[in-house]
Design a protein around this ligand. Structure first.
Ligand code: ADP
Length: 259
């Protein structure tokens, strides 16, 4: 048995290797824990609408034939909870799928057409007015992925709808090498202390109210991921009781995509 003699350099290297190894383990563990939390939060969110569906279905099974008056309420609840589960599943799928597989296609996007189309779709789906305005000099085409930008707009319009009653405005402007899309509502707003947290997955400012509105607290975290993937910058300003303004900044097509 010979004792292994290490010179100072080798010893330092060994210590360094040990540290790197520990850091790697810590990183793996934290990712693992994050994944576990994601799965448990997601299951929790899916279980709530499922429980509603299950109880209404069992009520119909037990008493539906003798009590046809139960039909309308039950079918309504089952239908709306099923829609909620479908939306939630779509959001979860998008979050779970790595951005490399999103198949982005960056090109010049006609922002006026996109804004008008989104406002029309929104009016049609929810009966809510979205007032589109374009800054006086017109607006440049943006450089982005059209489908994902549309999805981003929809998330913010949908939040404006859920947390306000009045008009929602969508404004387009060009500012040098960038285009700015602003979505504003005059709704309940977000308390200042909550602002840093609203982009976290599954975070709702008000659990009970958020759930009633049908949100799982995933919209803004999805918006942040989409923005990062398409190179858009997000700015959220909100004053409790006054309303919320979101700015989406993207590169103008003429700037070659550089923001
Ligand atoms: P949710 O699906 O619950 O709306 P989001 O991730 O989109 O989740 O938003 C997180 C929380 O931020 C919401 O639960 C809500 O409390 C708050 N919020 C987001 N947008 C607005 C808005 N336009 N006005 C007021 N509160 C908002």
């Amino acid at each position: 048995f010979t004792r292994l003699e290490l010179d100072d350099k080798s010893r330092d290297e060994l210590v360094e290797m040990g540290q790197t190894f520990n850091e790697m383990i810590a990183l793996l563990e934290s990712n693992y824990l994050k994944q576990e939390k994601f799965v448990s939060d997601a299951s929790h969110e899916l279980r709530t609408p499922l429980t509603v569906i299950e109880s209404y279905a069992s009520l119909l099974k037990r008493r539906g034939l003798e009590h046809p008056e139960l039909f309308e309420e039950s079918v309504e609840a089952i239908h709306s909870e099923a829609i909620r589960m479908k939306e939630l599943t779509e959001q979860l799928l998008l979050l779970a799928r790595h951005k490399d597989h999103w198949n982005l296609s960056l090109a010049a996007v006609d922002l006026e057409e996109l804004a008008e189309g989104s406002a029309r779709a929104f009016r049609y789906a929810y009966g809510r007015e979205v007032a589109v305005s374009v800054s006086p000099g017109g607006v440049a085409h943006g450089y982005s992925d059209e489908a994902k930008l549309k999805q981003l707009l929809f998330i913010f319009l949908d939040n404006a709808r859920k947390y306000s009653d009045g008009e929602i405005s969508l404004t387009l402007a060009s500012a040098g090498p960038e285009c700015v899309i602003t979505i504003a509502d005059r709704g309940i707003g977000i308390p200042k202390a909550e602002l840093p947290k609203v982009f976290d997955r599954f975070y709702r400012v008000d659990e009970a109210r958020g759930r009633k509105q049908g949100g799982a607290g995933l919209g803004l975290s999805l918006a942040a991921e989409i923005a990062e993937a398409i190179g858009a910058q997000l700015e959220l300003d909100s004053v409790e009781g006054l309303g919320t303004t979101v700015k989406i900044r993207i590169a103008a097509a003429e700037s070659g995509g550089a923001l």
